[in-house]
Structure formats: C-alpha cells, structure tokens
Write a protein that binds this ligand. Structure first.
Ligand SMILES: NC(=O)c1ccc[n+]([C@@H]2O[C@H](COP(=O)([O-])OP(=O)(O)OC[C@H]3O[C@@H](n4cnc5c(N)ncnc54)[C@H](O)[C@@H]3O)[C@@H](O)[C@H]2O)c1
Length: 308
C-alpha cells in the first residue's frame, strides 16, 4: 500500500506519516520545506521518498491508495504577509483533487476552525463561514471545491477542521507554533511570553496524536464531508499558562500587550457531535496528559528552539 502525504515534513503531516509507516504503508512525502524540517522525517521508521516541491507536483505521482493533504501554508500571518498564497493554496488543491479523481483515491485534507471566526461557540459544521482573513479565504474555497468534485465525479473526501493542535514535535514551526508549545518553550528557557490582550482568549486544544488518529479514521471510514476535529471544550491562554507553570514548577513570565491584529480569533470551541457520530472519532488524550507529554519531549531535546 502506498500513501502520499503533502506537508509530511511538517508538524501534523510527519505524525500522520509516522503512523502510516508503522501500519506498513510505503510513503511519498511532498513538501516545499517552507515550515517543514527534514528532522521531522526522522520519526518515520519505514521506507519513504521525499519530493521537495509544492503540493501540485502530486500530479507526477503514480497511483497511491491514500492521500493526506497537509502541505498548505499553515498560519494566518503567512497569508497576511503574502495574500497571493490564497491563490497558491487553491491552485495546489485543484492539482490534488485532479490526482484523486483520476486515480480514484480518497482525499483527507486539513481545513481549520478559523473558518468559524465571527460565530459564537459551539462551532458547528452547518455554520456558513464568514470569511475574516486571508487564511480562511484560502480554506473555504478548498472545502467548496472538494464538495464540487464529490457532486461532479463522486470523489470521496474528508475535510478536517482542526481546532488548536498541540503536542510534541512542533519545534519546526518556531514562532508559528501553537500557544501551548510557545508557553512551554518560554517557561523552559525562562523568557518572557507576550500575550495579546488580557489572556482571556479561548482555544479548543486537541493533541497531535488524536489528530493523527482522526486522519487515519477519515481515510478508512466510508464517509465524505466536513468534520470538526476538536476536544469540545475551550481553555483560556491564562489557564494554559497556569497549568504549564505548575507542571514546570515555576511562574511563567508574561507581558500582556494591546492586540494589534484585526479580526483576531477570540474563541473557538468545537461542537463534536458530527465528528463522534459520523466519523466515529473521539479524542482520548486529556489536556493534562498532552501537556505532560509535550513537556517531557521538549525537556529531552538538546535545545528548545531559541527563537525569541
Ligand atoms: N496546527 C494547528 O493547530 C492547525 C489548526 C488548523 C489547521 N491546521 C492546518 O493543518 C495543516 C498542517 O499544519 P501544521 O500545524 O502541521 O503546520 P506545518 O507548517 O508544520 O505544516 C505544513 C507543512 O506543509 C509544507 N508546505 C506549506 N506550503 C506548502 C505547499 N504549497 N506545498 C508543499 N508543502 C507545503 C510546510 O513546509 C510544512 O512542512 C496546515 O494546512 C494547517 O493550516 C493546523
């Protein structure tokens, strides 16, 4: 069995690749190495080929049995800096869709909970996105195109709207990493953490191990559509800071500053009904356990990325 993972040198993609490899898949990783790192591929135990390039190069690949598309610029600030990435995400995605259509293979791809910006929680798949930034402007058409391919050609797909994904192995994302990682790194390094606003913004955290499992289930199960992938409960930044501080046995130094970002996401919290009932997926890693694992991992590293 062969699987293609675009963005496989990134945080989530490399965890998916590791799991697939452990299950006996041979792998092709497509990654332009923008925020990915060769070091992440170290977690893949089996055979893999790395194709360095944008996701559209999937069009040159032989038939695979599974496709996971994570190779998309992964953070809001990247798109603010260069809004042309919106077009790039869509162009790459059409090549991925065409590949899946021609080879009759199911597509599982990363979408985002940012798509719910402007709605009060709980956030449900039935809410029509109000586009609030360039990042969501890229993701919403991807979901619509997948639906169109499903209507026109019977393509099977799962668009997974990840909530706030955290966990071990996120050091390659550096300043784009999840707040949990940033808090742990700052705590370990005894550096000051900058928080926009008063720390009351809320995130629905989901561990990367659970997200990986959700991807595999989405491939294996005969379901098509958009699914939230979240924990169903949100935590404030201040609660996470306190929890990490307790676990590290120190006070995290925090500086609260005015939030300079327009259309900032204040709160995300998943409605998990569809994910549980139709995809059959329930996260199992508690916040407590996930943060313990992440702290143990980052303490073991020779050096937490000193990027601040
Ligand atoms: N981490 C989260 O909390 C979160 C939440 C919602 C959605 N997502 C989405 O999940 C996906 C994976 O995110 P991640 O956290 O692993 O980030 P990441 O930056 O570690 O992973 C993205 C990977 O894709 C590669 N890449 C970027 N653009 C590419 C392109 N055009 N062609 C080929 N490769 C490309 C990068 O080099 C990187 O290896 C992204 O699409 C991201 O937007 C992540």
């Amino acid at each position: 069995m062969k699987a293609i993972v675009t963005g496989g040198a990134g945080f989530i993609g490399s965890h998916i690749a590791e799991k697939l490899s452990d299950s006996g898949y041979s792998l092709t990783i497509i990654d332009n190495m923008h925020s990915g790192d060769i070091h992440n591929l170290g977690r893949i135990k089996g055979k893999y080929e790395l194709v360095k390039g944008d996701s559209y190069v999937i069009q040159n690949q032989e038939k695979a049995d599974a496709v996971f598309h994570e190779g998309i610029y992964s953070s809001t600030p990247m798109y603010r800096k260069d809004p042309s990435l919106v077009g790039k995400a869509i162009t790459d995605f059409i090549a991925v869709l065409e590949y899946c259509r021609k080879n009759d293979v199911k597509l599982v791809f990363a979408s985002t909970s940012s798509i719910y910006n402007g709605y009060e929680p709980p956030h449900r798949e039935t809410m029509t996105p109000k586009v609030k930034d360039f990042y969501t402007e890229a993701r919403y058409p991807m979901e619509r195109l997948a639906d169109l391919y499903s209507q026109m050609y019977g393509l099977k797909y799962c668009a997974l709207r990840y909530f706030s994904v955290y966990g071990d192995g996120e050091e390659s994302k550096k300043t784009y990493a999840n707040m949990v990682s940033q808090i742990i790194w700052k705590g370990i390094l005894d550096k000051e953490l900058i928080i926009y606003g008063d720390g009351s913004q809320r995130r629905d955290l989901v561990n990367v191990a659970d997200v990986t499992e959700a991807n595999i289930m989405a491939h294996n199960k005969d379901v098509t559509g958009v699914f939230n992938i979240g924990g169903g409960k949100s935590h404030t930044f201040n609660q996470i800071i306190e929890l990490v501080g307790q676990k590290l046995g120190k006070d995290i130094k925090v500086k609260y500053t005015e939030n300079p970002l327009k259309n900032y996401v204040e709160v995300v919290e998943a409605d998990t009904e569809k994910m549980k009932k139709i995809l059959g997926f329930t996260p199992v890693v508690s916040i407590d356990e996930g943060i313990n694992r992440a702290i143990a991992y980052y303490r073991r590293l020779d050096s937490v990325p000193d990027i601040f």
